[in-house]
Ligand binder design. Structure first.
Ligand code: ADP
Ligand code: ASP
Ligand code: MG
Length: 417
């Protein structure tokens, strides 16, 4: 039998009616002749609630216990989904990560897949079972502990199963009917794309478009898994939604294909650090050791140069807002250890990162100029800039986020096919 992977996100399994609605979609695929692997998320809001319980109980929690608690939301949905399918006359059973087993690394809270042996599920499918319901987001470490894959990780579970079981396709059912040129909740001019290249989706996801977890796109690209995003609330068929695929399967060729943003950014500036060889390494080494994900970096001449005899510079970097405390501690420890010196550490927590992405940028000059002009026309001040081959990101005050996204969407004509 051909295998199909169907993943349902939190809002798609938010209550018993929605689980029944999702189960009906699964039943339809079974009737079309597929053996189906269903990946479920926790009911919407549940994972946040669990995280909150953990943080309230133990601010510096044991990451292994965090995973034990936070993974549990998916267990509930998996059991309910299997039961619902049984009620509908579909032979189904649920599997938690450790039962498959989904073997991962022991990086708790951000584990990566090591292997997914097929034997257990294959045996059930050959007995005549039609559906295996898998609790997403979780796995088993080599030490025999429960792990989780990072927020949004059920997408990655889905792609990993699709790769391991050579599924015909991996369908990600969610609360929007596909991948848009930007988050449809921020711009009503956002346009649904029929197709998007793996590389573009990878950039959009890593720059904040949470419609797919970044790692899921990476895996799909590596294992050539046809990946589709579609609505769990609408009638759907083989042509619904957005297909994430290879570049050469796409006809449309816009220079910019999407705008992504992240609200959860912070900008930190070390004021008046010495301007000498090795200073960047003395700063970013300890930050990396502390697990801070530094993204954008700028170094400029310090305003306070006049008060210093030696050459000084200001070093600015951005990181996720929830890593500010950790970054601050790393910098203060480095100063106490005599590795660096600085007069002040200024933190701006009211910034957002906005990025334009497109593989067409490889062969087109002038995209950055066009982007900066559009932002200038709206009086949006750019605080930091970063570029790569297929993306340009800027950091701006968070209050300008919507305005900036709309302006960029307009200037690159993203509302037009
Ligand atoms: P799920 O719970 O199904 O995993 P998520 O909330 O993780 O769903 O992802 C779906 C959400 O992603 C949408 O509701 C939408 O607001 C957001 N999103 C961000 N960028 C995009 C985009 N470019 N296209 C579609 N949705 C996007
Ligand atoms: N429930 C997890 C989360 O909210 C995983 C997922 O939904 O993909 O992050
Ligand atoms: Mg998600």
């Amino acid at each position: 039998m051909p295998i199909l992977v169907m993943k349902f996100g939190g809002t798609s399994v938010a209550d018993l009616d929605r689980i029944a609605n999702a189960a009906a979609k699964v039943q339809r695929e079974v009737e079309r002749g597929y053996d189906v692997i269903v990946i479920v998320s926790a009911m919407s809001g549940r994972t946040n609630e669990l995280v909150n319980w953990v943080e309230t109980t133990s601010p510096l929690y044991d990451a292994r216990e965090y995973d034990a608690v936070v993974s549990s939301g998916e267990n509930v949905t998996a059991g309910l989904m299997a039961m619902r399918l049984q009620e509908m006359g579909v032979s189904a059973r649920s599997w938690q990560g450790w039962q498959v087993p989904i073997n991962t690394t022991s990086a708790h809270g951000a584990a990566r897949f090591e292997s997914i042996p097929r034997d257990n599920l294959d045996a059930k499918f050959s007995e005549g079972f039609k559906v295996a319901v898998i609790a997403g987001f979780q796995g088993l470490s080599p030490e025999g502990r429960i792990t989780t894959l990072g927020r949004g990780g059920s997408d990655t579970t889905a792609v990993a199963f699709a790769a391991a079981f050579e599924a015909e396709r991996c369908d990600i059912y969610t609360d929007v009917d596909g991948i848009y040129t930007t988050d449809p909740r921020v711009s009503d001019k956002a346009r649904k794309l029929d197709r998007i290249a793996f590389e573009e989706m990878l950039e959009l996801a890593s720059l904040g478009a949470k419609v797919l977890q970044t790692r899921s796109v990476e895996l799909a690209m590596r294992y050539k898994v046809p990946l589709r995003v579609l609505s769990s609330f609408e009638e759907t068929d083989d042509n619904s939604g957005t297909l994430v695929c290879d570049e050469d399967q796409i006809m449309e060729s816009k220079v910019v294909s999407g705008v992504a943003f992240s609200r959860d950014e912070a900008k930190m500036t070390l004021v008046t650090v010495e301007d000498r060889p090795g200073i960047a390494s003395a700063i970013f080494g300890p930050l990396a050791d502390a697990g801070v994900n530094v993204d954008m970096i700028v170094q400029n001449i310090s305003e306070h140069q006049a008060q210093h005899a030696e050459k000084v510079t200001d070093m600015t970097f951005s990181c996720p807002i929830n890593q500010v405390a950790r970054a601050r501690k790393a910098m203060e420890d480095a100063r106490a250890a005599g590795l660096i010196s600085f007069d002040d550490l200024v933190v701006d927590q009211d910034v957002a990162k906005i990025s334009v992405v497109g593989i067409g940028m490889r062969s087109h000059a002038g995209v950055a100029a066009q982007m900066f002009k559009a932002l200038a026309a709206e009086n949006v001040n750019i605080k930091v800039i970063a570029t790569s081959e297929i993306k340009i990101s800027v950091l701006v005050d968070r209050k300008y986020l919507e305005l900036a996204v709309q302006a960029l969407h307009d200037v690159f004509d993203l509302d037009k096919a």
